[in-house]
Ligand binder design. Structure first.
Ligand SMILES: O=C(O)CCC(=O)C(=O)O
Length: 302
């Protein structure tokens, strides 16, 4: 693996890590499922050495979070800990190396049928045992300042995740491309960092729990091991429960990817305002291609 950045920031040793084997991880059947159902679980995407390096960086982040960190359980006054932070790749060498050099962007590009893989941002989502706070049903597109169809995430498990504790996806929900009203995962008592002021009045996300009870939706969920990943469309509706006290901690590390057809959408009420206030300003105009911004490089070309 080629290493060229930030040698003083604790990057993963090139000999201890390997690149994602896109051919092996993403057979045609997985691409077909991603396109038809909106989400697919890919076993063994990264090696144990990647998992170890990313876990170590996750620990460091939990001790010393970034400017966009939300602690959702604390904000709600509920038990456990739901740590949620963004742009870790800008602050930790291991996350930076994973984003730029692991090959995970190539995986996303192949699935989307794109020649480019622009990193939109990355996000760490940790639920400690005994975390009551669920991840509410939502789709990511509703939060994001993006137009286009080639937008996806790769949610990497850093722990064993039992299906009933993990993220679930409403099969086929990405096809309707809905945009719904957005809320902060902390509920009404969130910080002032990730707010979505000025968003257009939209319907809330459909009541997936009720739809599931009446048998009108299929939920996709999987048991995962460290190094397994879920590849999913930004339009797919998804959510997750809390983690029971007896479960192990659930660390997920999501990278968000944009392909050739994606442009910047300057509509109000997205994550862009909070990012700019925290120092992550893409400095794009409505309709610009993401590649115009140094914040979102094409990792297939850097
Ligand atoms: O990890 C979670 O609980 C939520 C994940 C999620 O919403 C996402 O990756 O978009």
């Amino acid at each position: 693996m080629l290493l060229r950045r930030n040698p003083f920031r604790g990057v993963v040793s090139s000999s201890s890590s390997s690149r994602v084997d896109v051919d092996a991880c993403l057979p045609a059947s997985a691409i077909a499922q991603f396109r038809k159902k909106g989400a697919v679980m890919l076993p063994k995407v990264v090696s144990a050495s990647w998992v170890a390096a990313l876990r170590e960086a996750a620990e460091a982040n939990m001790k010393c979070p970034g400017p966009l960190c939300d602690e959702h359980a604390a904000a709600q006054g509920t038990g456990g800990r739901f740590h949620d932070d963004q742009f870790l790749w800008k602050r930790h060498g291991a996350f930076e190396e994973y984003v730029l050099e692991s090959g995970v962007g190539g995986l996303a590009a192949r699935a989307m049928g794109s020649k480019s893989a622009h990193i939109f941002y990355d996000q760490l989502l940790v639920k400690e045992p005994g975390t009551v706070a669920p991840t509410p049903w939502h789709n990511d597109t509703s939060y994001w300042q993006l137009d286009g169809s080639q937008i996806c995430s790769v949610w990497l498990a850093l722990d064993d995740v039992a299906a009933e504790c993990g993220v679930s996806y409403v099969s086929g929900s990405h096809l309707s491309k809905i945009r719904h009203a957005v809320t902060n995962f902390s509920g009404d008592h969130h910080s002032d960092k990730n707010t979505y002021a000025g968003s257009e009045p939209l319907d809330p996300v459909p009541d997936v729990d009720a739809l599931e009870r009446e048998g009108s939706v299929e939920l996709l969920k999987w048991d995962m091991e460290p190094g397994d990943a879920i590849l999913f469309s930004s339009y797919a509706i998804h959510g997750a429960p809390g983690t029971p006290a007896k479960a192990n901690r659930r660390r997920g590390y999501a990278t968000r990817w944009c392909g050739d057809d994606v442009t910047f959408d300057a509509r109000p009420g997205t994550m862009a305002a909070g990012w700019a206030a925290a120092g992550y300003d893409a400095r794009l105009q409505h309709g610009d291609r993401l590649g115009k911004s140094a914040l979102h490089p094409d990792v297939l070309r850097t």
